[in-house]
Write a protein that binds this ligand. Structure first.
Ligand code: 9MR
Length: 374
């Protein structure tokens, strides 16, 4: 069943740029209609300030009731964390494991949440069976993958991260592109091809490029920003459908950042008439020292500084965290812990592992509420 009637289907596209009656506005109106005794959630505070607030979700929400309740209380959108990644969906060439994604989509549709599909094409997480294929075979696999996945969720998945993390200057490819199965076989044209195919499969979906590390003002962050702007220009000049730029927002205070400079970058995206979505907000807290409360305060200060700048740009329409509670952050993955050398539990998210609000929650609230006054 399609979740959007004709009117809201139109709004789906208008949600952002130039759209005065988008989903954000509709949501804000319905939130404002609620009794004043209603507890404020990040979703409701965000709505009132023209933002859709959400979080990435995975199977934990079906096994941990307290976590599920947190999503129902706090979010207006969910992003499929790993359920739709190529290797999760397709461990073998002829196998499609849709169960995980189906469950999330069913949940979100039943609860009236906006869904961000993550992701159709990424040069990471490729299963071994994709190796040693010809250009014709890889083209066919990508096209068929996009058709099958996008069509399955047509009218239900509202926004697609069509291509994830196209840039990784460390690979030394021309233009700073990330290498991997799609790039290596098809060159950077895989990007335009993926967007054209996704638009054909669901012309009503909002299509995004999702990129990492742009918050950093070091050589890596600046190179990715430049690459991204160049790619946007090339796509727009070629008439490729592109509606939004997802900027992940995995804050890394161990690297330099310059929030005022970042705003200039966001304005360059906005000048290209695209929506901006902060898609994976969280923070690497390994450099902070002191007690839990001292560290949580530093986390909150960094998140507030970042968001209060980002939110000055009117094209910013969504903010999603990557999971909601420290208990389920990817920073707890064994491999990530090993690499970071973390000696204590990471605290990267707005709720602690007991689902209690942390100072980061209040930092997000304050930044959202400060938006209209800026
Ligand atoms: O949260 C995801 C984790 O469970 C996976 O193991 C990992 C590799 O697929 O990806 C994590 O999500 C990443 C996202 O897809 C892209 N941006 C960075 C996220 C955190 O690593």
């Amino acid at each position: 069943m399609r979740r959007f009637d004709q009117k809201s289907l139109l709004n789906r596209r208008n949600l952002l740029v130039g759209g005065t009656v988008g989903l954000a506005c509709t949501a804000a109106q319905s939130v404002m209609a609620q009794p004043s005794t209603e507890k404020k959630s990040l979703a409701s505070i965000a709505s009132q300030n023209g933002i859709i607030f959400g979080a990435a979700a995975a199977r934990e929400i079906f096994v941990d009731e307290s976590y599920r309740k947190l999503y129902l209380g706090e979010t207006k959108s969910i992003t499929t964390d790993y359920a739709l990644k190529f290797d999760a969906l397709r461990p073998e060439e002829k196998v499609f494991q849709f169960e995980g994604a189906d469950a999330l989509v069913e949940f979100a549709v039943a609860k009236g949440l906006i869904i961000r599909g993550h992701t159709l094409v990424w040069n990471e997480n490729s299963p071994p069976w994709l190796k040693n294929k010809s250009k014709a075979q890889i083209t066919k696999i990508m096209d068929e993958h996009i058709d099958k996945v996008v069509l399955r969720y047509k009218g239900k998945i509202d926004i697609w991260d069509v291509v994830n993390e196209p840039f990784w200057p460390g690979h030394n490819a021309s233009g700073g592109y990330r290498q991997g199965i799609w790039y290596d076989v098809l060159g950077k044209d895989y990007i335009a091809q993926a967007f054209k195919r996704a638009a054909k499969a669901d012309p009503g979906a909002k299509l995004a490029i999702n990129e990492a590390h742009t918050e950093r003002s070091d050589e890596l962050g600046l190179a990715i920003r430049n690459g991204l702007l160049r790619l946007i220009d090339e796509m727009q000049n070629a008439g490729i459908p592109l509606h939004a730029i997802g900027l992940q927002g995995h804050l890394q205070p161990q690297f330099p950042s310059n929030d005022a400079g970042y705003v200039k970058f966001l304005e360059q995206i906005a000048a290209r008439k695209l929506e901006i979505h902060i898609t994976e907000l969280d923070i690497d807290d390994t450099i902070y020292t002191g007690s839990v409360s001292v560290r949580d305060k530093q986390v909150a200060e960094r998140v507030y500084a970042y968001l209060s700048h980002v939110l000055t740009v009117p094209n910013v329409k969504m903010i999603s965290t990557w999971q909601l509670s420290d208990r389920y952050s990817w920073y707890n993955d064994t491999e990530v812990l090993r690499k970071s050398g973390a000696t204590r539990a990471p605290r990267p998210l707005p709720f602690d592992s007991d689902m209690t609000k942390k100072p980061m929650w209040f930092a997000i609230e304050k930044a959202l509420n400060g938006r209209k006054k800026i």
